[in-house]
Ligand binder design. Structure first.
Ligand SMILES: Nc1ncnc2c1ncn2[C@@H]1O[C@H](COP(=O)(O)OP(=O)(O)OP(=O)(O)O)[C@@H](O)[C@H]1O
Ligand SMILES: Cc1ncc(CO)c(N)n1
Length: 266
């Protein structure tokens, strides 16, 4: 039976990040994808023009529609802009006894535009982080959550440990923002695991974080243990960046279909 995954995230109309990236990632993993849209974002590879949050009421009704009918095997949470939406997601996921929750604590788009308001940080820490089976902050997000400056791999490990203490079962601090190789570090409460890949020289990195977190969720939905799920997802995102699409004028999107391009003529 096909596994099912749900993304709770913002909509990127240009298709490279957010819900659209997540659904493409689920499909590429042959996992049935569903979505709860938290915010409609007018954005593209270069800029965020505007966004409007979906009402708490309609977010709750989307969750109701899903959970009364098709129970997801794993969930990925992306852009959640306001404290009210965070609280509604927490209450509902507890009510529906949601399993395998991966949270990408999205704060800014690649071009620096905020996708979470400043005043949400406390609620993110108190309300969202304890929900996470896996939390996937990039370095600036891990710095905001911990108040630490992160410059080295040791700093990444210390940040992962301190975020684990806030209640996330597993913490993956992503090294996409490092100068050197793209090294991500997982802390499961016991030990650190380093996931290495070479740095790919490209400006086409729109949606890398969304792609990685939804690939982790797809692997968890299939029943992989967390370390294998992260390892498979890291390999997937590296391929998706290596073959990223030179679309648009800014940061082009990750490519979810390069494996199929060998067998299907585009
Ligand atoms: N140039 C690169 N070469 C190889 N891997 C990369 C590169 N940039 C990012 N990655 C990898 O992509 C994944 C996503 O990490 P990144 O730090 O870019 O996330 P992010 O900043 O949250 O992304 P987003 O902009 O989508 O929010 C990580 O596994 C990271 O190591
Ligand atoms: C909707 C949305 N979610 C996440 C990101 C981060 O890449 C983005 N640019 N847009």
């Amino acid at each position: 039976m096909m596994k099912k995954a749900l993304t709770i995230a913002g909509s990127d109309c240009s298709g490279g990040a957010g819900v659209q990236a997540d659904l493409k990632t689920f499909s590429a993993h042959l996992v049935y994808g569903m979505s709860v849209i938290t915010s409609v974002v007018a954005e593209n590879t270069s800029r965020v023009i505007d966004f409007q949050n979906v009402s708490v009421d309609l977010i709750e009704k989307q969750l109701e529609a899903i959970f009364e009918d098709i129970i997801p095997d794993a969930i990925k949470i992306g852009m959640v802009e306001s404290p009210e939406i965070m609280r509604a997601i927490r209450e509902n996921l507890e009510k529906y006894q949601a399993k395998q929750v991966v949270i990408d604590p999205v704060m800014y788009a690649k071009n620096g535009c905020p996708l979470m308001r400043e005043s949400s940080i406390d609620t993110l820490i108190k309300v969202m982080i304890p929900l996470a089976d896996c939390l996937t902050p990039n370095i600036p997000e891990a710095e905001k959550i911990t108040g630490m400056k992160i410059l080295t791999l040791e700093d990444m490990e210390n940040a992962a440990r301190s975020i684990h203490a806030l209640g996330a079962k597993n913490v993956l601090v992503k090294g996409g923002h490092l100068e050197s190789a793209a090294i991500d570090i997982l802390f499961d409460g016991v030990e650190f695991t380093h996931y290495h890949s070479k740095r790919i020289q490209t400006k086409n990195t729109h949606g890398t974080g969304c792609t990685l977190s939804s690939a982790i969720a797809a692997n968890l939905a299939k029943g992989e243990p967390i370390k294998v799920a992260v390892s498979n997802a890291k390999e997937y995102v590296t391929g998706a960046i290596e073959n990223a699409l030179p679309l648009g004028n800014g940061h082009g999107p990750t490519n979810h279909f390069y494996q199929f391009e060998r067998v299907v003529k585009l």
